[in-house]
Design a binder for this molecule. Structure first.
Ligand code: AMP
Ligand code: ZN
Length: 498
């Protein structure tokens, strides 16, 4: 395990919180619906394969939102759903289910695949120091009943219709359809997803195949029928026949079941604005007649050589590629934080390596400041400025710049500087409070180790936690015998080939 310490809480600042709301297109003061508690839903990964580093950016953004809110005293209720059914190869309800396709290609069951990639995702976000204690990770397949119930309500209101492959939502019956991101009605009507994607500056084009049976091209599937004469691995009985839920309905159902009818914040990548999130709004608001989400927040893409990082373009990098090169996973977090979440981040091994060097230097400064300050933090104007920058729509590049100025300025007392570091790291989550030991050059991410080695590591961690050092030593010998060496660092075990 590689748990990273969370920063100590610091004195509360009174600065207001501002977020850019995609719904209104402007920066707004944040106030939760229910005083003192904020609800936050983040569209989660589709677990048909491993999440690449672009897929991880939205969760670092939602972690920054959550840390900003909790440092301002909010209690949080959060959901990141796990999409393990229904997400088709095209976002426009065409093509094969990504989970079924992955199962067919690998010869494993859809649930084995979902388990494996969910575990790897959870490991990745832990390595990126996400605060996960307030998050629920529900799976779409666990909420089939709730999804069917929502579709039944939509049907009873006359908002659905049936065609040969499923039950569809009639978008012409939701007058506000397309309100998120201000989608032009004519593009929606024509189902011109490529132009819609262009409008919100998404790198790469959305693909869509026309479905002549749909009443409007923007209409989307709520329930899809299993193909006639064949069985899917994942299918359920429903009032409309055997099949599976459409991708969009899972988020409406899980968000309502776990967080309520109106939630404070909903996040995702900008590619979700045009279709997925407009569809979630149409479904949820048609059911409840209440606003679904008060603040919509979207991150821009991670790109590589000006192209979106995506599996279909074949330019993916995984977090394990980074740790495999001996680069600390938090270097990726640092790279993300150097750019505002609404602007694209350009990834290259050079930019990552520069981020790694900068973070290593920042850790060194933080260790020294802590030593000279004897761990005592003093409030200051700079500390409040850092907090205000972060509360101003997650101004991470500005906060990092001020943090660097502070640690380099010898006229600032160590206690004042330590106060600034604590306040910044509370939100930045870069482990500045307890910098980790450097990762060994040949370090292997725990998730990439064979399962039996992972089990031995976990067992050894449990023995160490119980102060059973004899057992821990014998497990280390067993690991060595199997060709792995393990070093203990302040951030957990670092494993490499012996
Ligand atoms: P998926 O697993 O495809 O459903 O995507 C998970 C999340 O990653 C969604 O919020 C997407 O919008 C987001 N996403 C996908 N590709 C990128 C990228 N290259 N950069 C940033 N976010 C991305
Ligand atoms: Zn969603």
């Amino acid at each position: 395990m590689w748990p990273f310490s969370r920063s100590a809480k610091h004195e509360k600042s009174t600065a207001s919180i501002f977020f850019t709301n995609t719904l209104t297109g402007s920066k707004e003061t944040f106030a939760s619906f229910k005083s003192g508690t904020a609800t936050l839903y983040s569209c989660g990964p589709t677990v048909y394969s491993r999440a690449h580093i672009g897929n991880l950016r939205p969760y670092v953004m939602s972690d920054l939102i959550a840390r900003t809110l909790s440092s301002a005293g909010y209690r949080l209720r959060r959901v990141i759903n796990i999409t393990d059914v229904g997400h088709l190869v095209s976002d426009a309800d065409e093509g094969e289910d990504k989970m079924e396709k992955s199962a067919r290609e690998s010869g494993e069951s859809a649930s084995q695949i979902a388990d494996r990639y969910t575990k790897l995702f959870l490991e990745d976000i832990r390595l990126l120091n996400l605060a996960t204690e307030d998050i629920l990770f529900p799976r779409a397949t666990e909420y089939i009943k709730e999804q069917i119930a929502l579709i039944e309500v939509l049907e009873s209101k006359g908002l659905t219709y049936r065609i040969h492959d499923g039950i569809y939502f009639d978008t012409s019956k939701f007058p506000d359809y397309g309100k998120l991101g201000g989608m032009p009605k004519e593009l929606i009507k024509e189902g011109d997803h490529a132009s819609l994607a262009d409008r919100i500056s998404i790198v790469g084009k959305a693909r869509i195949k026309e479905n002549a049976e749909k009443r409007n091209q923007a209409d989307f599937a709520l329930w899809k029928f299993s193909p006639v004469g064949s069985r899917r691995q994942q299918e359920w009985q429903s009032p409309w026949g055997r099949g599976f839920p459409g991708w969009h309905i899972e988020c409406s159902a899980m968000s309502k079941a776990l967080l309520g009818e109106t939630i404070d914040i909903h996040t995702g990548g900008m590619d979700h604005i045009a279709i997925h999130h407009n569809n979630e709004i149409a479904q949820s608001e048609s059911v409840t007649q209440k606003p679904f989400v008060r603040y919509w927040m979207h991150n821009a893409f991670l790109t590589m050589a000006e192209e979106k990082v995506s599996k279909s373009l074949g330019n993916v990098v995984y977090l394990s590629d980074i740790t495999g090169r001996g680069i600390h996973p938090l270097a990726l977090r640092y790279l993300f934080l150097q750019t505002h979440y609404r602007k694209p981040v350009s990834f290259s091994w050079e930019s990552l390596s520069a981020a790694n060097e900068a973070l290593t230097r920042l850790w060194k400064h933080a260790r020294e400041v802590r030593k000279y300050a004897k761990g005592i933090a003093q409030p200051s104007e700079t500390r409040d400025q850092v907090t205000a920058l972060l509360r101003d729509d997650l101004g991470t590049p500005q906060a990092l710049a001020l943090l660097w100025e502070t640690v380099k300025d010898e006229s600032i007392s160590p206690k004042t500087a330590w106060g600034v570091i604590l306040a910044a790291d509370n939100v930045l989550g870069l482990s500045l409070v307890e910098p980790p030991a450097a990762v060994l050059p040949s370090a292997i991410a725990v998730a990439d180790l064979p399962e039996e080695i992972q089990e031995l590591i976990t067992e050894r961690e449990t023995a160490r936690a119980a102060r059973d050092f004899a057992r821990a030593d014998s497990l280390r010998s067993e690991l060595t015998a199997r060709g792995y060496s393990v070093e203990d660092s302040s951030s957990g075990p670092v494993v490499s080939r012996a």
